[in-house]
Design a protein around this ligand. Structure first.
Ligand code: NI
Length: 140
């Protein structure tokens, strides 16, 4: 059954929209709306996957963020201190004039690992966060 569509208005930085438009053109989407629907579906699937991470896990969080965003580095450090019982190591790389990369390696309960990643994701000035997890392999 065809679902009823709702129109929404979204404000986006121009460069983000241009990049998105380039990709949907390359991938052959029929419209920008179809590309946005697909992106939202992927976001939901990813979130549901993150919510489903349970048991003792090793996780790697990769964060690309703006070095010039006021207060961001302090907030990121605060979160890492909060989760210091599960964060085993972190590495900071100055990517270019404006951007930094941080990689944190965690080991702990899956939902705690997820929480740490989500806290970092929600900070303003964070451009990209990727969480990967693996089990410790004991059960394999
Ligand atoms: Ni840096």
């Amino acid at each position: 059954m065809e679902q009823e569509l709702t129109r929404i208005g979204v404000s986006l930085p121009e460069n983000l929209l241009n990049k998105f438009d380039d990709i949907i053109l390359q991938r052959g989407y029929s419209s920008r709306s179809e590309g946005i629907r697909d992106a939202i579906r992927n976001y939901i699937v990813h979130y549901e996957w993150m919510s489903d991470v349970h048991g003792e896990r090793v996780g790697v969080i990769t964060i690309v963020f703006s070095h010039v965003q006021k207060g961001l580095e302090t907030n990121l450090t605060e979160i890492q201190h909060e989760f210091s019982d599960i964060i085993h190591s972190s590495m900071h790389i100055h990517l270019d004039h404006d951007n930094c990369l941080e990689v944190a390696v965690l080991r702990g309960e899956g939902q705690e690992v997820r929480k740490a990643a989500e806290r970092m994701m929600s900070l303003k000035g964070v451009k990209h966060v990727k969480l990967t997890t693996t089990s410790l392999g004991k059960e394999l």
